[in-house]
Structures are given as C-alpha cells and as structure tokens.
Design a protein around this ligand. Sequence first.
Ligand code: ATP
Ligand code: MG
Length: 447
Amino acid sequence: MRDRIEKSLAAERIDIIKMASNHTVIPLKEHGIAVQQLCPHATEVVRRLQEEGYEAYIVGGSVRDLLLGKVPKDYDVATDAIPEEVKTVFPRYRLIGRRFRLAHVRLGGTLIEVATFRGPQVDDEDDHVHDNGRILRDNVWGSLEEDAVRRDFTINALFLDPVSGDIQDFVGGFKDLSERKLRLIGDAETRYREDPVRLLRAARFVAKLGVEPDEKTIAPITQMAPLLGDIPPARLFEEVCKLFMTGHAARTLEALQRFGLTRALFPVLERKGNTGKAKTGPLMDTAMRNTDQRIAEEKPVTPAFLLAAILWHPVRKRADELQKEGMREFLALAQASDEVLSAQAQQTAVPRRFSAVTHQIWTMQPRFNNTHGRRAKSLMRERRFRAAYDFLLLRAEEDESLKALCDHWTEAQKGVQLNTGPEKRHNDNTRRRPRRRGRRSAAASKN
Ligand code: ATP
Ligand code: MG
C-alpha cells in the first residue's frame, strides 16, 4: 500500500512540474471580470497585503463564479504571507482550523478567509500528516505555483489580482471553465485518496455549475466511494448541507446517483443495483425540488425536513416490521426513527437540534388520521405542525390514498393561527443560542 502511495506521489510531483510549466496570464480584457464590482473588502485585503510586499490574490470558487457570471457566496484570498505575517497586517485576524490553518479577516462586516500558499506533500513533516494516502493535516507553506496544483479542480485554481486585473493560471483552468469541463488536478485516484470529500465536491460542482467531468476525473469515483467512510461524520454533515441546501438539491441528487455516491452518504437507504445508487422515488425527488424552489424564493429551509424526506423509506419499512410484531404505530415509528437516525449518524453526524425535529415530523404522521375533535385542534397547535403537514403532502406524492387527508388538513388550517417553530426561521446549520429571558419577562411570568 505504502509503496503504491509513494509511487503515485512521485508521479504526481512530475505532473505538478509539467503543469506548472503551462503557466498563462489572462489579462482583464480577455477574461472580462468587472474588477470594480468585486467585493471591495476582498480587494482591500489583497491591496493591503500587496502594499506590505506580499503576493496576494482572490482565488478559488469566487473567481470561478465571477467568470461564470454568478455572484460568489464568499471570497477567499491566498497569499505568501504566513499567518504570523498576516497578523502584522491585520492585527485583529482570527486563526482557525487545524487540518487547514486559515486566517479570518473581518473588514467592514465581511469575513474574508486568508490562506497562506500551500506546498507539495513532503513525507515525514510534522505539518503534513498522512494516513494511507489521506491527508490529515496540511500546513506546509509553498509558492503560488505549488498552491495552484494543491487545489482540487482546475476551475478552482485561478488566481485573480484585483489590482492589476490579471488572472494567473497554472493548470488550464480558464480553458476548462470556458469548455465547462471539470478536471481534477494531477492523478485522480491519488487526489481522491488524499481527501475523499473531493468525490462529493465533484458531484456538487456538476450540479451547481453544469460542468461535466472528464473521463479521468469521473472513472474512479464509484469505486472509491467507500473511502467516504473514513471521513469524520461532522465534516460529512457539513458537506450534506452544502450539497442539498444551496439551491440545487435536485441536480445534486441526480449527480450523486449517476456517480454512485448516494449510498456512501446514506448507507441506510435501500440499494439500487450494486453501483452505489440508492432507491429514491417521487417523495424524495419532490422534496429536493421544493427545497430548491424555497431557496430561490428566499424562504427558510432546514436540514431536519430534508433528512425526514431522504430517510423516510427505511423508517417506514422498519416501523412496518415493528407493527407486524404488535407494536402500536406511534411507538413503532418512534423506535424506527431512533434506529435509523443513529445508524445514519455513524456516517454523517446529525446534530441533535435537527434530528429531534426530524423525529417529530415522522412521529406526528399518524396523528393526522384524527381529523376531528380535541386531538385535531391540539395537533394544529403543535410547534412542528406545519413541517409535519408539509411532510404529509410529500407522502401523498407516493400514496394517492392520502390526498383526501391532505385536502382536509389544508382546509382545516384556514383562518387558524399556526405556531411555527424556530426551525422555520433559519436557513443554515448554525446554532442559535436560546434567548435569555429578560428580567422583566421573568417577573411578568411569575405574576
Ligand atoms: P463553493 O464556495 O461554491 O462551495 P469553492 O470552490 O469556493 O466552492 P470552498 O470550500 O469555499 O469551495 O473552497 C475554496 C477553494 O479551496 C476551492 O475553490 C479550492 O481551490 C480549494 N479547496 C477547497 N476544498 C478543497 C479540497 N478538499 N481539496 C483541494 N482544494 C480544495
Ligand atoms: Mg468558496
């Protein structure tokens, strides 16, 4: 194994040298990014580093998105200043991360990630820790060229100098982007082994950008999917959020299926053939489309609801088994939910604040059968009623017989003030601290 890794590392170094010799500079008039319209804070960070004599560029997804005419969601800066030097320029910066040490610089309320150029892999270096080809820590500093070839895809390795307007390209990323081609830098197998999350990133960029992987980039994906089992579950949960909560969930699911990655992320789903695909269906497809639609309309979405849709079939199947053994439906669903969520958490950690809501959405489903009386009224007062009702509508996508029940509950809500829970308010996976009760409200509740 080690032998193979060393050979592929040596091959990769040769690749790196070959690629870096293809250096091209794309001037402003050729790439056409409106430099004046760039985030002024990112430009300011670059300018201040350059004024202190450092090299600095805007890099990565932001340059790629600008070239595609999209608005970048954030800006990254790469520099030859090491973190301690960045601190002398921006005394209030914050150092974060262990696997990748980064500086967070806050300017005018905007957060800019500033990373020092990274170098190639050097074995036996303390700051470059490997485990069977996987990079556990990656903090060896390098030059601009070296940093370019350490990045994942060619289209993510373009360096824009917002002051001169030039783009530095060492890997042919500019041409690839204009041809909508997704190409991994270096030997694909080695690069996926170093960081298997790149497998998911490939699917994400296909879905998000409409690029198409070249043969070498796509060929090893399905076969390497099991490597995702080595990734810490918390990191995978973050990736799941990026995959499904950024406005292109439906296309992402298609890409995951096409690349045979779905079951590596959701091992509890029933397999479809033996290629890493999972059985999906109208419920899951509609949930993905609805999520995309809500994001397009700037409405809130929560991972709790999406997980409820993705994992519903295994939960329903296990609950059916338990009911056959004589358990009541509510208890069967509750137990099935616990089992499926804890099995899923082995692969992608699911923070409790989300899994608790997913559990409620599922276990509220039998309560929709009580359409009249006190129980029906109290159901509508539940904090998760709306999410559970939306889920009932989804179930009707696969079960015609639920349509009448859906109509009933749609009517029943007219004129009723619903208690919408906090999950309706936030769009991301950031934790909200419960608001502390003020002295006045605490006193009021005592009276
Ligand atoms: P988006 O912001 O749309 O998610 P992005 O490409 O900006 O896409 P980030 O996770 O913000 O993705 O990473 C910024 C840049 O860092 C990438 O463009 C790429 O150059 C580099 N990068 C990120 N993750 C990896 C990785 N796993 N391996 C190698 N390079 C990476
Ligand atoms: Mg980014």
